[in-house]
Structure formats: structure tokens, C-alpha cells
Design a protein. Structure first.
Length: 367
């Protein structure tokens, strides 16, 4: 959903730009179409709203009688607000915004939760050799895909890229867990957790529902998902992976999701064209430019949505070969959808193929 998973929060630039980041993806809509709507006895409670510049949808099957839907919604909204107070780049008073405004290179005290998420982000940056980089925000903004973008569809000059790249680099960021603090070696370093915070939000909401004794649910936040138990028909949650076609919405594959998380990143919903070149919102931190390879979409399965969220961005940046090699080395279930002259092809990691064997789509298994 929704990656890269960087969510543009500003006004979309003008021109021949595709900008659909705030629209529900198919993996938002298909759970409703594939057996997740409330049945005649209202066994499924559906809650939805806006957060983190995008949308959330939560489906709960037969919540405990003591839990009123209004109280459940209040708990969810409180949790999401708590996350934004710490990790939002568009709330001026958030912890993260305070760190970004600061020009000190000394340790900057933050909450344990923010330090923990940044620590995880840096670990994924290291594992991907910087393909995932939570400091890439200045480049995202410069290309017009973020709140600081200039709104043009014109490719950038080398001088403009060099100036922005000087502020980018996860190695310029340090994390301390005890006592929790962040430190930057570049005073103008800008930290943006958009490519992992939505997944983190999903994980937090899952922990909340678990603590309330809810056994069957599906959480979706900006395209990142986590499911537990079964849907209202007693089947695993069925999630559609969208074919990466910018002009229409077509299901590529349906996955069964039970007790796990899923994240998809693609380059086909947010881009601009200049001449004969298409510029995706997926920025390669190494070059400072949008990626130009043939990898159109990456779907990652994991136990935690935050990890799936960040890895989906890393694999998409790396491309169809390097991304696949890293995914295999990590033992991660990943589906790669690649553009071909004939349309699209897919490539599955060994772990993804194992998942399909263990968790076949119920309709496919029945057929």
C-alpha cells in the first residue's frame, strides 16, 4: 500500500501526474468483496476512518459482547492519535517533527517507541545497503512527491540533486535505546518514517485488539494489512494483490492471510511523465532519482506489518534481480510482479511458494 510507501501529504502537483495515494487500493476493497461484509446477523463489525494522510479499515468478527463498537472505535482512534503524536512529519508538535527541526548534533531525547521504530528502520537500511532509507525525504520532496515538493513535472539538475543528497543518508543517523534518543551527524538531516510507520500502526492496532480478547480481525492501514483468525464465513482472510496497471483495477492474485501481515509497494499509482520518460515516486537513495527498472509491484508477507512495509520499499528500490536476491537471502515470502513487453510476469521467492502450499486460497483449493 499505498509505498515507495512514502505518503504524499501535500497538494498533488499539476500536469501529467498520476496521484492516487489516498484512494483505497484493491487490497482495501477486496476483503469486502470476498466474504468480509457483515452477514445477516451482523457478525462482522467494520470500522473505518482517516489517519496518517490515508485511510484505515478494521473488520472484527464477533467481538466480545462486553465491547461496544463505539468504545472499540474510541480505542482505535486514541491509539492512532498516539502514534501520530510521536511519528508524524505533518504534525508540527510531534516528536519526529521536533527532531527534524533541531539542528543539534547531540543526542535528542525521544520516547522508547520512536527510538525502537527508528532502530528497526536503520537495521533494514543496513540489510538492504541503503535501498530502504528513512532519511530520503528531501529527495522525495524535491521530485514533487511530498509536502515540500515544488509541484513541477520537470526532471532535476545534477546541482539540485547534489544539494538534496547531502542531507540524505541513514549512516548520518544514530539511535540509542537506553535512554532512548536519536542523533544526527548532519544538522539538516530529515527523518521520515512514512515507509514503515503505517505498518507499525497496524501492529499497534493488532496488539490493542489482542489485548481486548478479539480473536478474528483484519486491519488495513494505507495498504498495509494484518489478519488474525478467520473472516465472517469461517475462512482465512482473502486479500487481493492488484495487477500493477495504472489505468484500471484488476485482481492479479488472491492470497489467504491468517495470523500474519502483508504489505505491497508499487510504482504505478503515483508518477509523472516528461517526454518519453516516466518518473516513479519510488526514489533510489543511491542515485537520488526515481527507479527505472521493470519491477512494478512487490508484495511481502511477514509476521509484523512494520517489517513487511519497510522491506517492500527496499525490494522495490532494488529491482527485480537485486531485490529478489535479497529477499531470498532473508528467507522472506515475496511476490514480484515485473513488466514485460507482453504485459506482466511474476516471480516468487521460495518462502512465498511455501506459503502458497501451506495456505492455498480457499476457492483454488476447492477447485
Amino acid at each position: 500500500m499505498s509505498r515507495t510507501n512514502f505518503i504524499p501529504y501535500g497538494k498533488p502537483p499539476q500536469g501529467r501526474r498520476r496521484f492516487r495515494a489516498l484512494f483505497p487500493s484493491l487490497c482495501v476493497l477486496l476483503p469486502l468483496l470476498l466474504g468480509c461484509t457483515p452477514d445477516a446477523e451482523n457478525r462482522v463489525v467494520v470500522l473505518q476512518g482517516a489517519t496518517m494522510g490515508t485511510l484505515y479499515k478494521i473488520q472484527v468478527v464477533e467481538p466480545p459482547p462486553a465491547i461496544e463498537p463505539a468504545a472499540l472505535r474510541d480505542g482505535i482512534e486514541t491509539e492512532l492519535d498516539w502514534i501520530e503524536d510521536r511519528m508524524s512529519t505533518y504534525r508540527d508538535n510531534s516528536e519526529l517533527s521536533g527532531f527534524n527541526r533541531s539542528r543539534t548534533t547531540d543526542w535528542f531525547a525521544v520516547s522508547p517507541e520512536l527510538a525502537g521504530l527508528v532502530w528497526e528502520a536503520v537495521r533494514i537500511s543496513e540489510a538492504s545497503d541503503g535501498a530502504f532509507d528513512p532519511t530520503v525525504g528531501p529527495l522525495v520532496n524535491l521530485w514533487g512527491f511530498g509536502p515540500g515538493g515544488d509541484g513541477t513535472d520537470t526532471p532535476l539538475t545534477e546541482a539540485e540533486l547534489a544539494q538534496a543528497k547531502a542531507r540524505v543518508g541513514y549512516r548520518k543517523l544514530s539511535v540509542r535505546l537506553a535512554p532512548p534518543a536519536l542523533r544526527k551527524s548532519e544538522p539538516a538531516l530529515y527523518l521520515d518514517l512514512s515507509a514503515i510507520a503505517k505498518g507499525y500502526g497496524v501492529d499497534r492496532l493488532a496488539a490493542l485488539l489482542d489485548a481486548m480478547g478479539i480473536a478474528d480481525y483484519l486491519i488495513e492501514l494505507g495498504g498495509e494489512l494484518k489478519g488474525r483468525g478467520r473472516n465472517g464465513q469461517g475462512q482465512p482472510w482473502r486479500i487481493a494483490v492488484e495487477r500493477p496497471d495504472p489505468d484500471r483495477r484488476v485482481v492479479h492474485r488472491i492470497l489467504a492471510l491468517r495470523d500474519g501481515a502483508m504489505a505491497t509497494s508499487g510504482d504505478y499509482r503515483n508518477f509523472f511523465e516528461h517526454g518519453d520518460t516516466r518518473y516513479s515516486h519510488t526514489i533510489d537513495p543511491a542515485t537520488g532519482r526515481p527507479v527505472t527498472h521493470r519491477l512494478a509491484s512487490v508484495t511481502v508477507l511477514a509476521l509484523r506489518a512494520a517489517r513487511a512495509d519497510a522491506l517492500a520499499t527496499a525490494f522495490l528500490v532494488l529491482g527485480p534481480q537485486a531485490g529478489f536476491t535479497l529477499a531470498e537471502s532473508l528467507g522472506t515470502p515475496v511476490l514480484f510482479i515485473i513488466r514485460t513487453p507482453e504485459g506482466y510476469s511474476e516471480r516468487q521467492t521460495s518462502a512465498f511458494a511455501d506459503h502458497l502450499r501451506l495456505h492455498p486460497n480457499p476457492e483454488a483449493a476447492a477447485g
